[in-house]
Write a protein that binds this ligand. Sequence first.
Ligand code: NAD
Length: 354
Amino acid sequence: MDIHVLDALARGGFEEIVAFTDRKSGLRAFLAIHDTSVGPAFGGMRRWSYRTENEALRDVMRLSRAMTHKCVLLGLPCGGGKLVLLDDPEMDPAGAYRYIGEVVERMGGRYYTGPDVGTGAEELGWASERTRFVTQPGEEGPGLLAEATAEGVFMGISAALCQVDGEEDWTQRRIVVQGLGSVGSRLAQRLAGVGAQVVGVDVDPERAEQISKELDIEIVDASTEYDQACDVFAPCALGGILHDLSIPRLRCRIVAGGANNILTKPIHGDLLHERGILYAPDFVINGGALVRGATFHLEGRREPVKAIGERIGLSLKLILQSATAAERPPARFAFDEAERLIEARREKMEGGDS
Ligand code: NAD
């Protein structure tokens, strides 16, 4: 189905979408700025083999809006943006990321970019040759963002366990971590460190074996993770994994992980709720990297990972408590609360201008 871009922008409260190409490198990309009402937009660069332009457009819009939701729910003075590159074997990645650096630089600090799926240290290095407004890899930048994300997810799981059982009781917990990459492996390590029984899964068998050896954790075959009896299912791979087919298979009491957009559609948050499974909204629990990046760029300091974890844990606790009190699924509650806060701060800024 085609997207009517201007209608979609207006409906979702977006500021702008930029589509751009670079003939030399073969780059094709979309950049979405969702909100800069109180500060710059933050959001990384996703490089992905999208099947169609529409799919890429939908993704950049969904992701950038989710970034604004993270900002308002975590009380950060900034908004959401996102950039997606339509991956292609013919594309010259170094040239493409340098070109993106030029585009981002021309925005003059209205948008700060950083890592995401398909964009790591090497790609950030190429972009940073051409712009100041990017997460620098290495010592000059805010540090390993995945560490902050993993600590936030860990503290979020703690908040979710306390919400359901009144205590963490780590040594009695079985926790399944889907995806043992930058975030998932660190989360697995943190959980194993407090004595939880961790079960890991990754579609890359070599990666799974390596992490299993390093952390001494059990590994199960990819796609059997949904059927595992456990306390917490922690998706830390890609989004869109919870849907009509996977949700009935779940044998957990809590879903809380680092992946973005875990629910395929909002209705899937309702389905979890109906099944009595507590869902920790992804745009609250995985905000650690955003807190670290935003405080680094806006305030010039590296917020300690422990403090970030505590901030995420507290924000999630408040959301879960309020959603429970309102007898609403947490994902719906958090989404509406974020939209309310965005509207309030936009109105305040507009009022201040007049
Ligand atoms: P990553 O690429 O380092 O790791 C992802 C891992 O998941 C890889 O090992 C991959 O093999 C595995 N994987 C992919 N599909 C899978 C599947 N279906 N089943 C099992 N394993 C699968 O990525 P990352 O940086 O760890 O990010 C993971 C998720 O967290 C993404 O959704 C990302 O958008 C989100 N996220 C990451 C950060 C961060 O700081 N890195 C911040 C916020 C959100």
